[in-house]
Write a protein that binds this ligand. Structure first.
Ligand code: FAD
Length: 321
């Protein structure tokens, strides 16, 4: 019996879930990612005390099948529900407590969680893809891998556009998708309100989340989209200084904030998306998934990987792209 082969670009949650679902059905699956590990916008930073995340801090589920997937991950010990509330407010006004409904936090490194989701698929890290052609993946190192039954592109839409010169039908479908940026920082400070999550009602900063594996003191701080658009071309130092001073003002901190790391997510969240969970070019056996297609968030990205894999498996030899 023929073994089908899939090549997937991008080891974020969407590509990983598609890969894992196909691999579990007996497909040979190669996943290529330009980064050093899996996770994409769920990837983590190693610090001296453990790991911290500059990307998505939460995983939330609005509906099945992701709800039951999260329950399963809770049983496996990979995620836990967020207990307690979020402090919500702005400087010089009272802070209010709100509850986070259906929010979970990874208890293992999110990049490891994504690697688990990938199952038996082969992950090729440090492998930047420079072009996609019918059934074919072209890598930066010059390799042309051309015998796939199906090629799946699972990268943010603006990055996908540059790979799709040979696939005008897919380029056309992505034309409308726009993303907005976020600057993320790992910061330490003393004092401030007692909370694990602070949501700012502010034009510069959006969110601060205490990093669980590092004990007291280390926080991931996310800027607003407006801040990131203003400092899109700024260096790390300038963006960090601006964000730290905004934070000190918001929390009324007496001591300087220490910034340990920073990262600009140029394609943090899609503003507009294509329609449906995936789009495909059936004749050329190439499909697109991810949050730029399915809508923002881990849940939608995960489901786009699932829905495409199911469509491929249902179509058997007549791959339904
Ligand atoms: C700061 C921030 C906070 C967020 N907060 C939340 C939240 O609280 N809750 C929530 O649900 N969602 C949140 N999100 C959104 C969520 O992280 C994303 O919607 C989701 O992770 C997208 O997954 P994906 O697989 O579609 O893409 P990605 O995770 O971006 O994966 C794409 C992968 O493709 C790789 N890649 C790109 N180009 C190439 C190339 N040419 N060759 C090889 N590999 C390539 C990248 O390295 C990356 O690993 C947040 C995002 C950010 C940035």
């Amino acid at each position: 019996m023929k073994t089908f082969k899939a090549g997937i670009v991008g080891a974020g949650i969407a590509g990983a879930h598609c890969a894992g679902t196909l691999a579990a059905a007996g497909w040979e699956v190669d996943v290529f990612d330009k980064a050093r590990g899996a996770g994409g916008r769920m990837s983590t930073r190693r610090t001296e005390q453990g790991w911290a995340t500059l990307g998505s801090p939460f995983i939330s589920a609005k509906r099945d099948p992701f709800r039951s997937q999260l329950r399963d991950w809770v049983r496996q010990g990979w995620v836990a529900p967020v207990r307690g509330g979020v402090l919500h407010g702005r400087a010089n006004l009272s802070w209010a407590q709100a509850q986070l409904q259906n929010h979970y936090r990874p208890t293992i490194e999110p990049s490891q969680l994504v690697r688990h989701v990938m199952g038996n698929a082969r992950l090729h890290t440090g492998s930047r893809v420079t072009a996609l052609r019918p059934r074919t993946i072209v890598l930066e190192d010059g390799r042309v891998l051309g015998d796939y039954d199906c090629v799946i592109c699972s990268v943010p839409a603006p990055q996908a556009m540059s790979l799709l010169d040979a696939l005008p039908l897919l380029r056309e479908r992505l034309g409308e998708v726009r993303y907005r940026p976020v600057w993320s920082f790992l910061m330490r400070w003393e004092g401030g309100p007692a909370a694990d999550v602070i949501r700012f009602d502010d034009s510069l900063l959006d969110l601060a989340v205490r990093q669980p594996s590092n004990g007291a003191g280390l926080w991931a701080v996310h800027s607003s989209h407006e801040f990131a658009e203003t400092y899109l071309e700024a260096c790390d130092m300038e963006a960090s200084t601006r964000a730290a001073s905004a934070l000190m003002g918001l929390l009324g901190l007496p001591w300087p904030v220490e910034v340990e790391a920073s990262h600009l997510w140029r394609h943090a969240r899609p503003e507009t998306t294509a329609e449906g969970f995936w789009v495909g070019d059936r004749e050329n056996r190439v499909a697109l998934i991810g949050d730029g297609i399915a809508g923002v968030g881990v849940e939608r990205a995960w489901e786009s990987g699932l829905r495409l894999a199911q469509a491929i498996l249902q179509s058997k030899e007549e791959l339904a792209l």
